[in-house]
Design a protein around this ligand. Structure first.
Ligand SMILES: [Mn+2]
Length: 407
């Protein structure tokens, strides 16, 4: 399994489905007689998740572990924290899960720890994911000689995208499959949120077990199946996808370009009439520039209510591309604050006419640089005046307008 992102959704109905799916997955593993489970990162959505989410998940993990089987994990980019303990560490200490690939340095090379699964004899190691794909450095410095000297059925667990499978719309910095250490029987991958099998099923990304959020939910309602793999070892590795897709979905788009806010409301009402929303998760995208009226006049609350009355499990409404003639505010969504910040800046940059090429192409970078400088804190003992002078001189520097305003 990979990319569970437990707790990613705060919607109660989706939370229930998420938990049921997790429970079903581990029950199925016992039914199929697996020796152990591997989770290739992003077990939880954040490194310190809501404790209710932890409690409910741990109950399921512990039930599985009580059958004498282990759960092996690496950190995903969402589990990892550079300066705080992660829930993964706590669960590892408590013996609920086993973290593999703990790094150590031997003769200047990175040597990931190897764990032997007592039940099957399989050897497991790997490289944890980090924020912003920083783990890619680890592959450069990896002690490949040591890893190839290991004998037995070998599994390498990692949480990094592969450049060769990246799609145009996917944002990750990856590695080449040739950067993976050679000679492993199976490579358990995480981080790419869809099902991918490469190298004849020896390198597998199962994709998320469940999807309760944004872009992944959209892919699910459009038909992408979600679940995990059962892998049979031996000379030939056999893989089988177990489909646990938790809901059927509906995807709808509404282009509001040239419409008034009241005619958008009419269209939304018609949409409710037309679709069979019962027991479906819906993703609805409303975009375009209104001819008249404000975006706040589009009655999304009633739209949501009407769909709920028709039995929809959940509505994911994407309206960040809907705008009025005059842009007064921007709504964006994203998984991380840096992503949201970048999207806000991009949206706003698109609403101003810029003459200077430097600003047209580099507006977002410039704005981010400027924000970074404006975030500097006041030094201990620094006067208000000195602080202000320091900040404004740095800002002038970043903006490159020293000549314009003089000293
Ligand atoms: Mn993930």
């Amino acid at each position: 399994m990979a990319d569970l992102h437990l707790g990613a959704t705060s919607d109660p109905k989706l939370r229930e489905l998420e938990l049921k799916t997790l429970e079903r997955a581990f029950e199925r593993c016992v039914e199929e007689g697996v020796d152990f489970v591997v989770i290739a990162g992003d077990v939880f959505h954040v490194n310190v998740p809501d404790l209710a989410v932890v409690r409910d998940s741990v109950r399921i993990f512990v039930k599985f572990v009580a059958t004498g089987r282990k759960i092996y994990v690496v950190y995903g980019s969402h589990d990892f924290s550079p300066n705080a303990a992660s829930i993964i560490d706590i669960l590892d200490e408590a013996g609920v899960i086993v973290r593999v690939g703990r790094p150590s340095s031997v003769n200047g090379k990175l040597r990931p720890g190897v764990v032997k699964d007592e039940r099957s004899g399989a050897l497991l190691t790997g490289i944890s994911g980090r924020r912003a794909s920083l783990e890619r450095e680890a592959f450069v410095n990896l002690d490949r000689g040591y890893l190839s000297s290991l004998e037995g059925f070998k599994i390498f667990v990692f949480h990094t995208g592969l450049d060769e499978v990246r799609r145009e719309n996917e944002r990750f910095e990856g590695i080449a499959s040739t950067d993976l250490p050679r000679g492993f029987d199976y490579y358990a991958g995480g981080h790419i949120h869809r099902r991918i099998e490469v190298a004849k099923g020896r390198i597998v990304y199962p994709g998320p077990l469940f999807t309760g959020w944004g872009a992944d939910m959209e892919a699910t309602v459009k038909g992408e199946r979600r679940g995990f793999y059962i892998v049979e070892g031996g000379k030939e590795v056999k893989t089988k996808f177990v489909d646990l897709t938790a809901f059927e979905g509906l995807y709808e788009e509404l282009d509001a370009t040239g419409l008034s806010s009241s005619s958008v409301n009419e269209k939304l009402k018609a949409l409710v009439q037309r679709v069979d929303a019962r027991d479906k998760v819906m993703v609805v995208k409303v975009s375009g520039e209104l001819a008249s009226g404000r975006t706040s006049e589009v009655d999304f609350a009633s739209f949501r209510d009407a769909l709920t009355k028709k039995g929809a499990i959940y509505l994911h409404l994407s309206r960040n591309k809907l705008r009025a003639r005059e842009v007064t505010a921007v709504t964006v969504s994203g998984e991380e604050s840096s992503e949201i910040e970048e999207k806000v800046l991009k949206e706003l940059a698109g609403t101003v006419k810029l003459k200077e090429a430097r600003l047209r192409e580099g507006a977002v970078i410039l704005a981010k640089d400027l924000l970074a400088q404006l975030r500097v804190a006041k030094k201990e003992g620094e006067t208000e005046g000195d602080y202000e002078a320091r900040v404004s001189s740095v800002a002038v520097e970043v903006l490159g307008i020293k000549k314009l305003i003089g000293d």
